[in-house]
Design a protein around this ligand. Structure first.
Ligand SMILES: C[S@@+](CC[C@H](N)C(=O)[O-])C[C@H]1O[C@@H](n2cnc3c(N)ncnc32)[C@H](O)[C@@H]1O
Length: 353
């Protein structure tokens, strides 16, 4: 942990592959656990719990989560992990299964403790340089973008590279970052000393006590409670995942909620339920991949989420959009608890009333 506190904001990497073998039922899921562990060792994290279904495998990590689909890997890690060190090893491992990389997407918010980040995460510039050096040339549709909000301390960083332009036919992704959690709600993610439980049983109890199990009642949940505090879960609902990570310590409290949506998902309702679990002061919502079907167009999805979160007493502060050739349109919205204002330094909160 950094001297100052734990960095909750995750770095997220999504690698998409393709292969000549039309039988894609297993694909990357054939990777043996030892190979995955070796990559995670480079990133500086470990597996603490795992659960799979017929569509994908999910791993709760000591620092966030990993999802392995037949042709896709999604890994998000927090703290001072070196996530981008996994890019080349994953591409090489996929090659052993005759799978070729076709797109890379890297996203993250603004770190609370940027000075604590190691190479190659000391700045967004360094991250882009590292990615450029470690992905193959055929991923030629490339763009990096910092999507601003009104607060320079809350921006969304995106890099995407693809072998072809984005076609808009994938389910959309919503990444929610919450800071300054309500202290009473955050306390539910602390364990009692000598509680006689292990990470799995304590995690299950937190999932139920906090209402996380009601965010998507159709999910199978793999959860883990850290000692003395902290919580992570992966939810599996057919081929869609959701994931929650919580750093409850006062002063740098943080929680994230991420999930995949489709025309069948009431995303706004799920985000609202997730925000309610934590009572944060600031909520940022990054949405991408929404396609041209009107019901899941990015404007429709993000507007519904905004309206749902406002019902919890949050006020809309800013909205920015950008378009990346290999990843499609991005929308980054920030909301803040009504009656609270920030000056431009993170954490320096001024009450407006
Ligand atoms: C559960 S992980 C979640 C990471 C996620 N990105 C977040 O901050 O919400 C981080 C939390 O677990 C706590 N924790 C306790 N033991 C830990 C360990 N061995 N590794 C990582 N985090 C640990 C940290 O202090 C922090 O509160």
């Amino acid at each position: 942990m950094a001297v100052s506190g734990f960095e909750g904001f995750e770095k997220r990497l999504e690698l998409q592959f393709t292969g000549h073998d039309p039988v894609m039922g297993t694909g990357l899921r054939l990777l043996d656990f030892e190979s995955i562990e070796q990559v995670l060792h480079l990133v500086q994290c470990t597996v603490v719990s795992a659960l799979g279904n017929q569509h994908f495998d999910s791993y709760v990590l000591s620092e966030s989560s990993l999802f392995v689909y037949p042709t896709k890997i999604i890994i998000k890690t927090c703290g001072t992990t070196q996530l981008l060190k996994s890019v080349q090893p994953f591409i090489n491992l996929a090659r052993t299964l005759n799978l070729d990389i076709v797109s890379v997407r890297y996203t993250r918010g603004s770190f609370i403790f940027p000075q604590a980040q190691p190479h190659p995460h000391t700045s967004f510039h360094e991250e882009i340089m590292y990615l450029e050096d470690n992905i193959p040339d055929h991923l030629c549709y490339r763009k990096a973008s910092v999507i601003p909000s009104k607060l320079t301390s809350h921006s969304w960083h995106v890099f995407s590279a693809g072998a072809m332009e984005y076609s808009g036919d994938v389910p959309y992704t919503v990444e929610v970052c919450m800071t300054e959690l309500d202290q009473t709600l955050a306390r539910k993610f602390f364990r009692y000393p000598n509680d006689g439980k292990n990470g799995d049983s304590a995690g299950k109890e937190m999932t139920e006590a906090t209402g996380i199990n009601r965010i998507n009642p159709n999910s199978q949940i793999c959860d883990f409670a850290f000692d003395p505090c902290g919580y992570s879960m992966n939810g599996l609902d057919r081929d869609c995942y959701s994931t929650i990570h919580v750093t409850p310590e006062d002063g740098f409290s943080y929680a994230s909620f991420e999930c995949i949506g489709s025309v069948h998902t009431d995303m706004a309702e799920m985000v609202k339920k997730a925000v309610k679990v934590f009572g944060p002061t600031t909520v940022s919502v990054a949405t991408t991949g929404a396609c041209h079907v009107p019901a899941v167009a990015i404007e429709t999805v993000t507007m519904k989420i905004k309206t749902a979160v406002e019902q919890l007493g949050m006020k809309y502060r800013s909205c920015s959009m950008d378009e990346l050739p290999a990843a499609g349109r991005w929308c980054f919205r920030r909301l803040q608890l009504a009656g609270k204002e920030y000056n431009n330094m993170r954490g320096a909160r001024v009450h407006a009333r």
